[in-house]
Every structure is written in structure tokens, then in C-alpha cells.
Write a new protein. Sequence first.
Length: 279
Amino acid sequence: MTAAKAKPATRARKRTATRKPSPAPILSGRELVKDFKTDGTFTRALDGVSVDVAPGGFVSVMGPSGSGKSTLLHLLGGLDTPTSGEVLLEGNQLSGLSDRDVTLARRGSVGFVFQFFNLVPVLTVAENIALPLVIAAQRPESYRQRLDEIVARVGLEDCVDKLPSQISGGQQQRTAIARAIFPEPAVVLADEPTGNLDTRTGRQVLELLKTLQVEHGQTIVVVTHDPRAAAFGDEVIYLEDGKIRSRIDLSARRASRDGTRGGEQRAQAVLAWLQKLGA
Ligand code: ADP
């Protein structure tokens, strides 16, 4: 009896002793400050923001308009440089690199998705997805298999030969997501990806991003105004006046990709948290 009781305790000790350390972040911002000076006006858009994104993680960024969300995303993706602080992408420091070297570090490591899709209107869905290879005049046969796989991943099988103007807003955003993930980037950064879509379509786009995270290990950072969209993240940070005012860890709560009750649990947690913040 005593021996039987001792067994689980030993196992528990063993588990504690061998618990794996958290993996190193794939993307980090450390003490990021960003100042803008235009026409004699000084704006501190970010004021000491630190954020770590784990490999395969999903972080949502919320906050009022002008709080610094897009600026943070641009710095994390190397589209802009911080006034001070540093950005580490897959262990490499982006700050201090030349524009050319940042572009090289970013290429293949970061995919961007924007609110207004930014598709090339005269190219088909397939051509938009494989854009860099189309520009490089590569033979379609050389990337056909990869293209088919990505098209299936985002559910655009019926649209590949259509122009952006011939498909819905949701399908256009799926195309933009497909284009972002086509080079297998380590991280996808999305700035208000549902901002130009109706609620239902926006939810489907978030479901897709969640699927990419859960089933394909994609790391995702999303800027959003929508608490229900933010709830797809494992962590939500709330920016105010360029600082992180609060953050909530949702990873212990069940997430769902199909909009059922697990996802609802997270959404309720985010709504209650925002209410507490008075946001
Ligand atoms: P959010 O995405 O939360 O709406 P932004 O990051 O776009 O906020 O902007 C944060 C602050 O920085 C705002 O006051 C905005 O006007 C200012 N800002 C952003 N980009 C620029 C820029 N390129 N030049 C000057 N000011 C900017």
C-alpha cells in the first residue's frame, strides 16, 4: 500500500525534474521605442515595449487607434527600425543591420498580411500566391506541387484561375494569406486582417489562421480591434499610448477552429478582461 502510494509521487517528482524548458522565442521585441518626427511634430509611437513570440505561438495585439499596434508589427517584421531597443528574429538581431541585410533576413522568415489584401489585380489567384516566382519568370511546373498544396491548405481550389476582382473579399484575404505562407515563413504577421471583411467572413479568416497554427505549426501575430478575433490568440496584449498596459494568457483555455464552445470560452475571457481594463 505504502509502496503503491509512493509510486505516483516519484513519477511526479521525475516529471518536475525533467520538465522541458520553454523553447526560445522565434520572434522577440526588447524595450522597443519608436519616435516619429514629421513637420516638427514629435510622436513617441512605442515607449518600451517587450514581447516574445514562441515558435508555433499565436499572439494578438489590441489597443485603441494610435496606440502603436501597427508600428509594433512593422518593427517586429523588419519593415521599420526602432529608435532604440532590439528585434530578434530566429535568434538574429535585426536592429543595426543595413536595409539590404534586413530584407535578406526577413525574406522567407516573415510573411505579411494586410487589411486591404494588396493583391495584383491583373494576375490570377495562383499567380498572386506564387508572386516572387512569377516575377522571377520561373516555369509554373517547377512550383506547381507546392502551389497546389498551399491552395488546398487555404481552401481556394475553385479560384486559382480567377482574378482578384472575380472572387469575394474573404477569398481575396485567403489569397493574401496563401501568398504570405507560400515561402514557408517562420512567422506570419497580420495587420487587421479582418478589418475589411464582414463578421462572418472575418471569423472564417481567423479560423484559417488558427488552423495554420494548430495543424502546420505556423507562428502568428495578429493586430485586431475585434475581441473575438483576438481570442484566437494564445496570448493577447493590450497597448495604450505606446506601452503594454495589460496582457492575458489564454493558452490554458481550450481553443477551437470551428467557432464552437472552446473558442467561445476564450472570447468571454477576453471580453471580461477588456471590460476590467475599461477598454
Ligand atoms: P495603431 O496601429 O494602434 O492605430 P500606429 O502604430 O499606426 O497605431 O500609430 C501610433 C502613433 O504613431 C500614432 O500617433 C500615429 O499617428 C504615429 N505614427 C505612425 N506612423 C507614423 C509615421 N510614419 N509618421 C508619423 N507618425 C506616425
